[in-house]
Design a protein around this ligand. Structure first.
Ligand code: ZN
Length: 308
């Protein structure tokens, strides 16, 4: 926290780059994270098309399995959510993300490689207060058995429930109140996952063409096909939290509030942000630092509610 009761904005201390495979498109891309001036926010730049797109919900388009930014004229950047989660988790307010293709590289299917990149670059504080978006009243979206909600809270808290008709996943729930290191230690390493039965269907739809055991957990019945198994017993719900955490950063700033997700995906979180910002009484902008969570609830994990 700053000495004036606010947190100062941050950017990267230097440029850092990587290369990797696109999960959905299948091609290879190069990506660089570049420092940016105060109040820039996160801006994606398609270097192959000469187009910049701010990473905000109003630039997103409806998509099935990932979050997609569009300039409204057919130039898109897909699968931004894991990188957005890493930027949010590392406290980066301002950065340019240069990509020479239509998708952010999948890396290992989690946000951990992006966190490592940001740590390699280092971060610097900037002489401008961070503006957070404070939720003032409950906002909720229900759709096809999924629910997402934002409620007022003193800090930033998330909970998520999933319920899969698969013996290995079934029901998992988790609640997290965020402190500075919580994202990195508890969520950043959780990988994307899919059921083997779905792979053919996704390929037929032109999705997950770059998917492999290197960038996703693949489940066949009650077996994990990846050598080495899971990184957490409840890696699935942790990844859903990671996705929502990254998608919520498309609010255009840090949220102060409590997010609840139940069986939801990217499209629901997108609609939730649209509903929040459609109601001027539901939110405000503040430079005040969020309250510190009480020690007893600073990190609480609901017991994994696996149904035997
Ligand atoms: Zn994901």
């Amino acid at each position: 926290m700053g000495d004036k009761g606010y947190i100062r904005q941050r950017t990267l201390a230097g440029r850092v780059a990587c290369r990797g495979v696109c999960l959905h498109g299948g091609g290879r891309v190069a990506m660089a994270l570049v420092p940016a001036a105060p109040d820039t926010g996160i801006v994606f730049r398609r270097t192959d098309a000469g187009v910049s797109i701010p990473a905000v919900w109003s630039s997103t388009v409806e998509a099935a399995l990932c979050s997609v930014l569009s300039n409204g004229e057919g130039i898109e950047i897909r699968t931004v959510e894991h990188l957005m989660a890493a930027l949010r988790g590392c406290g980066i307010d301002n950065a340019i993300v240069e990509v020479d293709g239509p998708e952010v590289p999948a890396m290992d299917g989690s946000a951990a490689p992006f966190v490592a990149m940001i740590e390699r670059a280092g971060t610097i504080v900037q002489d401008r207060p961070r503006r957070a978006i404070k939720v003032l009243k409950p906002v909720k979206v229900n759709s096809n058995g999924a629910t997402v909600a934002l409620l007022p809270d003193h800090g930033f808290t998330m909970s998520f429930e999933i319920d899969f008709d698969n013996p290995l996943i079934r029901r998992q729930g988790m609640m997290v109140a965020f402190e500075p290191d919580t994202f990195k230690t508890e969520l950043s390493r959780a990988r994307s996952f899919c059921l083997l039965d779905e792979v053919d269907r996704m390929h037929a739809a032109g999705l997950a063409l770059g998917g492999s055991l290197d960038n996703a957990v693949v489940i066949s019945g009650d077996r994990i096909l990846n050598e080495g198994g899971l990184r957490f017993a409840d890696e699935f719900v942790r990844h859903k939290l990671l996705d929502a955490y990254g998608d919520l950063y498309l609010a255009g700033g840090h949220l102060i509030g409590y997010f609840q997700g139940s069986r939801s995906g990217h499209a629901h979180t997108r609609r939730l942000l649209a509903a929040l910002f459609a109601d001027p009484d539901a939110w405000c902008v503040t430079t005040l630092a969020p309250a510190e969570p009480l020690p007893a609830v600073a990190w609480r994990q609901a017991a994994q509610r696996a149904v035997a």
